[in-house]
Design a protein around this ligand. Structure first.
Ligand SMILES: *[C@@H]1O[C@H](CO)[C@@H](O)[C@H](O)[C@H]1NC(C)=O
Ligand SMILES: *[C@@H]1O[C@H](CO)[C@@H](O)[C@H](O)[C@H]1NC(C)=O
Length: 355
């Protein structure tokens, strides 16, 4: 789950390759268990003006940013668990993915920006940050009843509770993730990365749900208070995976400032779509250049016909069956109060592993 990049690689990334500072973030978050903003910032300071500035003025936000990045990788690994590229954060290979402009890169950028938006906003609602809190509702239009209940039943609605201030998380994610290394140098890769960052943030911001609570005597509902909550992060991951599957290929226009969809009669991607410019490798074999670890030894599903099936996952190289026996907690019982006692059971499991 953690990302560690060698120093030399990083130096290279930052001097030559990294237009947007996601890699700076990865580096900073990289060492395991670093939750201490000072240490994140010591590293980030060497990298980029805007990030360093945030570090100096708002270190506690940076530590939420780091949590958000981790949330992003975890979700990436969940969403890609049955695919040839499984979002493994093996250091060298992950860095290679970030340097390209393939669909996988688009997903990583988007889910990271989304994770940061989510984590910072969450911290605001939990009261963990001085800079923000619950959403201010003073100047908002009165809530509309959720479509489920037909309105006009005389129930009064008010904003209340603790709404998530997603606007704050959105802005912080933008400040941190979209910080450019060199100003004014707009190349196509930068445009693509920024687009995907934004798509990730929007996957949180545009899908807020309204939660309400009834107030009134014994079950009557004379007043409802409502507040906005962010979508669960799993939902954000699901949505971005859909965008990954439908990602649009683009190329740079002649002016170097615009992106043009590739292919005829293709509708231009909207803000929530993921975009990429290069075709992905097949990820069948290990290849340092493309950041592919290959699928040898991967667990596959011998009955599934989709990408998790052995044919596709193992790239038709075949697979072997293996029986593994492991211990598991079973027959657990809860004793008042408060212990859970389990027995140990031996469980056999058939595994299919790619050749
Ligand atoms: C992801 O793939 C790598 C390399 O193929 C493998 O070592 C690792 O165990 C996989 N991770 C998961 C969670 O399946
Ligand atoms: C394997 O694939 C089948 C068919 O798609 C599915 O029902 C089953 O749950 C899968 N098994 C695992 C372990 O994912």
């Amino acid at each position: 789950m953690t990302v560690r990049l060698s120093r030399i690689q990083l130096a290279l990334f930052f001097i030559l390759l990294c237009p947007v500072n996601i890699i700076g973030l990865w580096w900073a978050v990289g060492s395991p268990l670093v939750m201490d903003p000072n240490s994140i910032c010591r590293k980030a300071k060497r990298l980029a003006g805007k990030q360093a500035e945030l570090c100096q003025t708002q270190p506690e936000i940076v530590s939420e940013v780091a949590k958000g990045a981790r949330l992003g990788v975890r979700e990436c690994q969940y969403q890609f668990r049955y695919r040839r590229w499984n979002c493994t954060s093996h250091n060298k290979y992950f860095g290679k993915i970030l340097q390209q402009d393939i669909r996988e890169t688009a997903f990583v950028y988007a889910i990271t920006a989304a994770g940061v938006t989510h984590a910072v906003t969450q911290a605001c609602s939990m009261g963990d940050l001085l800079q923000c809190g619950c959403e201010a509702t003073r100047n908002r239009a009165p809530p509309r009843p959720p479509s489920s209940s037909s309105s006009g039943d005389g129930v009064k609605w008010e904003w209340g509770g603790c709404g998530d201030d997603v606007e704050f998380g959105y802005e912080k994610s933008k400040q941190f993730m979209d910080a450019k290394r060199r100003r004014g140098k707009s190349d196509i890769r930068t445009l693509i990365d920024l687009h995907n960052n934004e798509a990730g943030r929007l996957a949180v911001k545009l899908y807020m749900r309204t939660e309400c609570k009834c107030h009134g005597l014994s079950g009557s509902c004379t007043l409802r208070t409502c507040w906005k909550k962010m979508p669960h992060f799993r939902e954000v991951g699901d949505r971005l995976l859909e965008r990954f599957n439908g990602a649009s290929k683009v190329m740079g226009g002649n002016d170097g400032k615009t992106l043009i969809p590739v292919g005829q009669n293709i509708k231009p991607p909207d803000k929530q779509d993921l975009i990429y410019s290069d075709e992905s490798p097949d990820f069948c074999l290990a290849n340092r250049k493309t950041g592919s670890l290959g699928t040898r030894g991967r667990m596959c599903n011998s009955t599934a016909m989709d990408i998790s099936g052995c044919d596709l996952l193992c790239c038709e190289r075949g697979y072997r069956e293996e029986t593994v026996v492991f211990e598991e907690n079973c027959l657990c019982r809860f004793h008042w109060c408060c212990v859970v006692q389990c027995k140990k059971c031996l469980v056999r499991k058939e595994l299919s592993l790619c050749h």
